[in-house]
Design a protein around this ligand. Structure first.
Ligand code: PLP
Length: 386
């Protein structure tokens, strides 16, 4: 049984999940040009809200909780998080973190359709999908996940996603996930699911563990959740993230549930009116987006940063490398700025062009991007599990 309420399209052509913001000034409103999902921490049943605005940071008031210094053109320097008024007061939770870049909401427009399978059991009511307070995925992000698209024929590229789940689990020191069980969970979660475009999320954590960084003692928690997915537009705007990806970190290339850096990056992109933030790595080379890989077209050559520069080994990236001629080599921001075309890839965006990067307009013809988007569409329609 699914929670099944009416869906109302937003004026932007998509639905979004919004987070409740602290009351702000309401000034300096920016309009986001793409759908962005954030969570509503205040509701047990997650609601879909209509994205209307993203709010730039409220001006600092002396003596109030922490706020951010403004040094960017958009008025926000995320590296300058510091308490105003000497920092002696304990800031209120929301104003301390500011949340200036969270998506605001107007009114609930629809209740999310969600199907959940957890540890061998399809749950009639997604609200039953609770995990212990000591689940190490929750406590310290000690878990891994996969996100894939699903259509009427089922989930796409499941075997590749399972393989990556296993690689991620091994990198985290988690027990090897049982592929048969994950497949069972995906099938059960998708059973009677009627939406044509969906997102399937597999989450696998260490299970119960200490309230700290010691290893989880399990058994692992395995959850498969399915929700509606709105098709993404053929092109989008991106910004350069103000933080760097660490290409040498313990979690480099691991799809771990410790994704808060990506949450911050994506929220930053939204605050700039974009749908993705592109990270450079610590060597200053272009790495990837918060949930996407990046490709460049230089004349006839298609280039993507190598895995050694720190990006996730995206499944869409991998398929494109197999299906067409792509060179892997490092790209500096200066080289990136001279590319004829730039595009993103991900399981939920497929191949998506970039029409603006920071202040650079890229709205010219993008024949290579369009050709590769068509190729990907055709090949993925022909083969469910390539
Ligand atoms: C950090 C990051 N990079 C790249 C990607 C793209 O990978 P895929 O094509 O497997 O979706 C993702 C996917 O979510 C991601 O989280």
């Amino acid at each position: 049984m699914y929670t099944d309420l009416q869906s109302v399209a937003s004026p932007l052509g998509h639905s979004t999940v919004g987070a409740v913001l602290p009351a702000g000034t309401g000034r300096d409103l920016l309009r986001a040009d793409d759908g962005i999902r954030t969570r509503d921490p205040h509701l047990g049943k997650v609601m879909l809200y209509q994205l209307s605005h993203v709010r730039a940071p409220p001006p600092a008031k002396p003596g109030e909780g922490a706020t951010r210094n403004h040094s960017r053109a958009d008025g926000w320097n995320p590296n300058n998080l510091q308490p105003a008024g000497g920092g002696s007061r304990t800031p209120k939770i929301n104003s301390a973190r500011g949340y200036p870049d969270r998506v605001t909401l107007t009114s609930p427009t629809t209740v999310r359709q969600l199907a959940v399978w957890r540890n061998g059991e399809r749950l009639d009511d997604p609200d039953q999908a609770i995990v212990p307070a000591t689940d190490h995925g929750l406590v310290v992000g000690d878990g891994v996940f996969e996100a894939m698209k699903a259509g009427p024929a089922g989930a796409f590229a499941v075997q590749r996603h399972l393989n990556r789940l296993s690689r991620s689990a091994a990198a985290m020191g988690l027990p090897a996930p049982d592929h048969g069980l994950v497949r069972e969970g995906i099938a059960a979660a998708l059973e009677s699911w009627t939406l044509s475009e969906s997102k399937v999320r597999v989450t696998y954590t260490g299970g119960e563990g200490p309230l700290g960084s010691g290893a989880a003692y399990g058994p692992p928690t395995l959850i498969v959740a399915v929700e509606a997915h709105q098709p993404t537009p053929p092109s989008t705007a991106v910004v350069t993230a103000p933080w760097r990806r660490n290409e040498n970190g313990a979690l480099t290339g691991v799809k771990s549930t410790s994704y808060a850096e990506n949450v911050r990056g994506l929220a930053y992109a939204v605050s700039c009116g974009a749908s993705e933030a592109i990270f450079l790595n610590t060597a200053g080379q272009v790495c990837e987006g918060t949930g996407t890989n990046i490709f460049f077209v230089f004349a006839d050559e298609v280039v993507t940063p190598p895995l050694s520069s720190g990006p996730l080994a995206g499944i869409t990236r991998e398929l494109l490398l197999e299906w067409t001629a792509v060179t892997e080599h490092n790209v500096t921001p200066e080289e990136a700025a001279s590319a004829d075309e730039v595009f993103l890839t991900s399981s939920l965006r497929d191949v998506q062009g970039i029409h603006r990067w920071d202040d650079r307009d890229l709205t010219g013809p993008n024949p290579v991007t369009e050709r590769l988007a068509d190729l990907f569409q055709q090949r993925s329609a022909d083969q469910l599990d390539p």
